[in-house]
Design a protein around this ligand. Structure first.
Ligand SMILES: *[C@@H]1O[C@H](CO)[C@@H](O)[C@H](O)[C@H]1NC(C)=O
Ligand SMILES: *[C@@H]1O[C@H](CO)[C@@H](O)[C@H](O)[C@H]1NC(C)=O
Ligand SMILES: *[C@@H]1O[C@H](CO)[C@@H](O)[C@H](O)[C@H]1NC(C)=O
Ligand SMILES: *[C@@H]1O[C@H](CO)[C@@H](O)[C@H](O)[C@H]1NC(C)=O
Length: 436
């Protein structure tokens, strides 16, 4: 209905032009000055024209669509050129996303643009060239405004939330075209709408609250909205008395510090224990562990029935191993306590051995003493023996001198001599060589 009216209007305008100029002139019109669409939409910009001459198959008609930047000095760039009855050229950068809905005899050359972006925020121009009809204004333009829904805003509290302070509640959407407007509203603790305190200002997403008190506490919601959509965020404001705030802050800090210290001590202890354990593990228990696991591997791997591959088998085993690692860990702890027991036993035995060793050392020094005694006695004996040898040589001398005396005398003297000698040296065997 509206379109019909408009076309009627255009027709009347054309007639007026024709009447005023007195010659033929083409009229090109785009309905609206601006078109608003959301980013990503597929749109159509309508372009209508009324030629002043009759169009037939031989008439040369060229239709172009182009864009101008929003800045004054921005260059015009072509989108497409349509040659009536011959076809359409489309600029490379628009290939695949523009099309021309064209019907020259009925005066239609609409531009179809798909998946529009913020880049398409430009002035679009529809231009018509008809041979033999070059009077008038053969083009029209329209502005495309690509809209972006506001992104979810971020609400923040700036300043100290203490009695008597001035604070700002801020709200901002990263995206939004045209730029979104912001509105704050307040709810009380029962989530009922409450009036904002007097002197509060709300500009550009920043709400300034002055001389805040307990009554200022509540739930604050910000709505960010533009032509197409709106989004919200919210904050909970809890205004505290300054002293309590300081006290609680100090308490919290103290608690955290204490907790940290305890944690550090615990971690340190754990680390020390672990390190010590690892060292001892490396010393002894590790070998036990290997002895436990190695034979199992050996018995499983040479399975020759051919049903399972060796690598698979091994993988399974590793899986089991990791599953059993906890068990092995407790095993290890058991063995470890065993080991400690054995170690204590060993220490005891070692102490015993040391005791016995000192005993032995004592006995050894005894023996050395006795040995020295014996050596002394032996030297005594040697002295006495040399005495005897002296006396014997004396006797031999005397015997030589008394060669004339009778055998009885000699025998008696001799026995006396021997007896005296035997008495002095008890172990000496009886002498018999002189008895005959
Ligand atoms: C726009 O058109 C494309 C095909 O050119 C299609 O895939 C897409 O879904 C359309 N988008 C909308 C919002 O209609
Ligand atoms: C709050 O905002 C106003 C104006 O934007 C500014 O002058 C003031 O310093 C801000 N106050 C705080 C606590 O951020
Ligand atoms: C702040 O508010 C308190 C009452 O809540 C009032 O007594 C005081 O005068 C106010 N201060 C200012 C600077 O407005
Ligand atoms: C407040 O914001 C959170 C996310 O920050 C949202 O889950 C919740 O629904 C919001 N509450 C209201 C009442 O808008």
């Amino acid at each position: 209905m509206k379109a019909l009216e408009m076309e009627g209007g255009v027709f009347r305008l054309t007639l007026l032009c024709v009447l005023l100029s007195g010659v033929g002139a083409v009229i090109v019109t785009i309905d609206k000055e601006t078109y608003e669409h959301a980013r990503g939409d597929n749109i159509t910009i309508p372009c209508r024209f009324t030629p002043s001459i009759t169009i037939n198959a031989q008439t040369i008609v060229v239709i172009t669509w182009s864009v101008e930047g929003t800045e004054a000095d921005a260059e015009e760039t072509g989108i497409l050129t349509h040659f009536y009855g011959r076809g359409t050229d489309i600029k490379k950068q628009y290939e695949g996303r523009v099309a021309l809905d064209v019907d020259v005899p009925s005066g239609k050359a609409d531009l179809k643009l798909s998946s529009i972006t913020l880049e398409d925020n430009k002035e679009f121009k529809c231009h018509l060239l008809i041979r033999g009809d070059d009077e008038g204004t053969p083009y029209d333009t329209a502005r495309l405004v690509v809209l972006v829904a506001p992104s979810t805003p971020i609400c923040k509290i700036e300043g100290k939330t203490e009695y008597g302070q001035n604070i700002n509640l801020t709200c901002r959407s990263e995206e939004g075209s045209p730029p979104p407007t912001y509105k704050w509203e307040s709810r009380d603790v029962r989530n009922m709408p409450q009036a904002v305190p007097p002197r509060t200002t709300d500009r550009g997403g920043i709400m300034s609250l002055y001389n805040i008190s307990k009554e200022t506490s509540g739930y604050y919601i910000c709505t960010s909205s533009n032509k197409i959509r709106s989004a919200t965020c919210n904050v909970t404001l809890a205004v505290m008395p300054p002293s309590m705030n300081i006290g609680s802050t100090a308490g919290i800090i103290g608690g955290v510090v204490a907790l940290l210290i305890i944690l550090i001590i615990i971690i340190y202890c754990c680390c020390c224990r672990k390190k010590k354990k690892d060292e001892e593990y490396a010393m002894g228990v590790r070998e036990d562990e290997y002895r436990d696991t190695e034979p199992a591997k050996n018995t499983e791997s040479p399975r020759a029935d051919g049903e399972e591959d060796l690598p698979v088998n091994r993988n399974d085993q590793y899986g089991e191993r990791s599953e059993r690692s906890y068990d092995r860990r407790s095993d290890y702890d058991d063995r470890r306590s065993d080991y400690d027991d054995r170690r204590r036993d060993y220490d005891d035995r070692r102490r015993d051995y040391d005791d016995r060793r000192s005993d032995y050392d004592d006995r050894r020094s005894d023996y050395n003493d006795r040995r020295r005694d014996y050596d002394d006695r032996r030297s005594d004996y040697d002295d006495r023996r040399s005495d005897y040898d002296d006396r014997r040589s004396d006797y031999d001398d005397r015997h030589d001198r008394n060669n004339g005396r009778n055998a009885d005398n000699y025998r008696r003297d001799r026995r006396d001599d021997d007896q005296s000698y035997d008495n002095r040296i008890p172990n000496k065997p009886p002498r018999t060589d002189y008895d005959d």
